[in-house]
Design a protein around this ligand. Structure first.
Ligand code: C2O
Ligand code: CU
Ligand code: CU
Length: 491
């Protein structure tokens, strides 16, 4: 275990009275942090660390009953856990996952947000792992990779929404430069994986009606780390780093920490130049992450993490069809508490860091492209990019290795479409012509109904085919995905 590992305490909240919960290490080493209270629960996710530069584990996708909120649900799991095990590696490490598909259907693995090859047995979403088959995934995390929260989930076109809604998603932490900042090192740390579910009486995920599939499946059961309203503890006068992941297939969260300050330190896989107080709400589209610092400077009360209503276009889709459908589609009309923050013991004062890591702006582009997101009909697909539905035989966007491009993503539909690119993160330049407030690496950007977003992206390494798509996974499954081929300059 390295120094970084020793100071790592990921808090997955516990319901009720519980205080801190440390995660169980894959090698059953226990962490001796005086601020950490241990608790007996079988809900602990396993936490796999790299050792001597190698993160190695077996990962099995299988369906099984698991505790979810206050019930038992029959879900699709990684190693029997929802969310899946926490994987943690450092920049420069090798990751080797022996994956086994024990599901009744084909699946595969995608490492969302990682800057690694999209080819071979690295982050190759064109690999299919049939039922009963095994596949070794292996890659090196580049030495210059940003530290951040990434995640893994299935990516077999056509069944992605169903499999993610069944529970398949897990966090992947890369420790990098940002983790060496003294105040960040001194902070307690919590990961909150946001997943919603729609279960029938037997506790099995429901398959949505076609209309809700078009909108993007959403459920009324809103879990955080597989729990209902967990409590996380902040050390009084200390600092809590909260790392949020929206692992829901379609739900867009609008979050508020009620009556308590919180500061943004990063988005997706990138870090901001300095922490910025979140004044209103934090919106997280599917696939997006937020890295947050919460200073333990308030009265030691309980504070609520609220999920506020967000309309991503249901009104547009259903016209006047009314409240019955809204309930059925997991739409809220009032704020809901999804987690709580409570104060723990007083610790030495940890201030907010003054500076974090600036992101160097990308150079001017050699070419501009437009991507029009719309609904229509193309060979049985109804969610289209530039008039076409996904075809795995077609290269939609050939780009040259070593170049920079500006992409304008134009949403012509009355529904939000969060746009995601594999392999290379991008910098958002503007939204509807208004410049984006942060210079930061992102890999998902929500393009709201009738909006357009400009982003800048570089293709400096990793030639091969990869994809971009809407991260409302039902839209991706129904065609809103294209193939990007990064071509070596001299072919
Ligand atoms: Cu999070 Cu292509 O996916
Ligand atoms: Cu991805
Ligand atoms: Cu979409």
């Amino acid at each position: 275990m390295t120094a970084i590992n020793r100071r790592t305490f990921l808090t997955w909240g516990l319901t009720g009275t519980a205080a801190f919960l440390s995660t169980r290490c894959a090698n059953s080493l226990t962490f001796g942090n005086p601020r950490t209270a241990f608790s007996s629960t079988d809900r602990l996710p396993t936490h796999h660390f790299s050792q001597s530069g190698l993160l190695e584990l077996s990962l099995q996708a299988r369906q099984q009953p698991v505790p979810l909120g206050n019930q038992t649900a029959t879900l699709l799991t990684y190693n029997g856990q929802v969310p899946g095990p926490i994987l943690e590696a450092k920049t420069g490490d090798t990751v080797r996952i022996d994956f086994e598909n024990q599901l009744a259907q084909t699946t595969n693995l995608h490492f969302h947000g990682l800057h690694i090859p999209p080819t071979g047995n690295a982050d190759n979403v064109f690999l299919a792992v049939p039922s009963g088959a095994t596949q070794r995934y292996e890659f090196v995390v580049p030495g210059q990779h940003p530290g951040g929260l990434f995640w893994y989930h299935p990516h077999h076109h056509g069944v992605v929404a169903k499999q993610v809604f069944g529970g398949l998603a897990g966090p992947l932490i890369i420790r990098g430069q940002v983790d060496e900042i003294p105040e960040v090192r001194a902070a307690e740390e919590a990961i909150l994986v946001l997943q919603d579910f729609d279960l029938n009486r037997q506790g099995q995920p429901r398959e949505p009606m076609p209309m809700f599939r078009r909108w993007g499946r959403q459920g009324n059961l809103m879990t955080v780390n597989g729990e209902l309203m967990p409590t996380l503890t902040i050390p009084q006068s200390g600092l809590l780093r909260v790392r949020l992941l929206n692992a829901s297939p379609s739900r867009i969260y609008r979050l508020r920490l009620d009556n308590h300050p919180w500061h943004l330190m990063g988005l997706d896989g990138g870090t901001l130049p300095d922490p910025v107080e979140i004044e209103e709400d934090l919106t997280l589209a599917p696939g997006e992450r937020a890295d947050i610092l919460v200073p333990g400077t308030r009265e030691p009360n309980r504070y609520s993490l609220l999920s506020l209503p967000y309309d991503r276009g249901i009104t547009d889709m259903m016209g006047g069809m009314g409240g019955q459908h809204h309930r059925r589609a997991g739409i809220d009309h009032a704020p809901r508490e999804i987690a709580r923050l409570q104060y723990g013991e007083t610790t030495t004062v940890v201030p907010l860091p003054k500076t974090l890591i600036p992101t160097t702006p990308l150079p001017e582009p050699i070419r501009r492209r437009e991507f029009v997101l719309d609904h229509g009909i193309d060979h049985g697909h109804s969610f289209l990019i530039n008039g076409r539905g996904f075809d795995h035989h077609r290269v939609d966007t050939p780009v040259q290795l070593g170049t920079v491009e500006d992409w304008r993503i134009i949403n012509k539909a009355g529904m939000d479409h969060p746009f995601h690119v594999h392999t290379n993160a991008f910098q958002v330049l503007s939204r509807n012509g208004q410049s984006f407030p942060f210079q930061v690496w992102k890999d998902v950007v929500n393009v709201k109904a009738y909006e357009s977003v400009d982003l800048r992206i570089a293709f400096n390494d990793f030639p091969g085919k990869t994809v971009y798509h809407c991260h409302i996974l039902d839209h991706e499954d129904q065609g809103m995905m294209g193939i990007l081929e990064i071509q070596p300059a001299s072919v």
